[in-house]
Design a protein around this ligand. Sequence first.
Ligand SMILES: [Zn+2]
Length: 312
Amino acid sequence: MTTTPALLPPDIRVFERGWLSSNNVLCLGEQATVIDTGHVKHASETAHRVGAALRGQPLADIAHTHLHSDHCGGTAALQAAHPDARVWVPEPSLPHVQAWDEDRLTFGDTAQRCARFNAQHALVPGQSVRLGARDWQIHAAPGHDALAVLLFEPEHGLLISGDALWEHGVGVIFPQIDGSDDFDTFNDTLALIERLDPRVVIPGHGTPFGRADGGIEAAMARSRARIEQFKAQPAQHALYAAKVLIKYQMLDVEAMPHAEFQRWLDGTRTLHQLHQLHRPDLDWPAWLALVLAPLFGKGVLRRDETLVLDGA
Ligand SMILES: [Zn+2]
């Protein structure tokens, strides 16, 4: 679905895509731009939607809030359709994209897939970038992802928050899992958003929400409360993250033979880190059984004699 609420000016279109694919934000104007491109599984649909909305206008730019596989999986398909489009990524990621270093791009640790794309331009915090018909401030937004940025357009008060702020819920705090950072960094990014005082937040997942009806304030309060819960019980965050990673994988592949599912679990380094953070007292098979039981019990995943299946 496409968001067209009064919240957004007519040059900004949001394609809402669910969970496996991030939203795609289309900024129309003299430099038509797509920000975040969804998962590779939905890449052809993303390219089709963007092409239809552009009505023959060339796509000038493709930009990314961060390079998780649900935010940059459609970029290769868009580049194929629009070979002259400039591609922007957060500055520290630029050499890793150019070398396609999957470990540094996080696809290795999470055992996720993403189609290789090229990037030539860096989104540098403190600078601004013209995308669509507007000038956007670039701000560092570590927390969910250490290298993430958010884009803020002060004239209309538009904030493209990526996965730094959703209306409901908080994304996995990946830098806490590998020990490179703690939960407070996420809070620092929330404080930054509060200072920017946006009129509208366009999140990476879910519907845009605004300041006028208290939506942003409520979302902020919910996020802060959730982070406080995680700080009080970090093991709960580890369990949440493990469930998210497994569900995400099954949303992508939909079905796997039992042995292949087991190989994916065994080979996913982030899950091993989460095991240590959650219940290091258990051995690996016992821990997996503990994590998987509620997923199967609640129908989030299913299994038959040969396959493990997504329960969606
Ligand atoms: Zn996301």
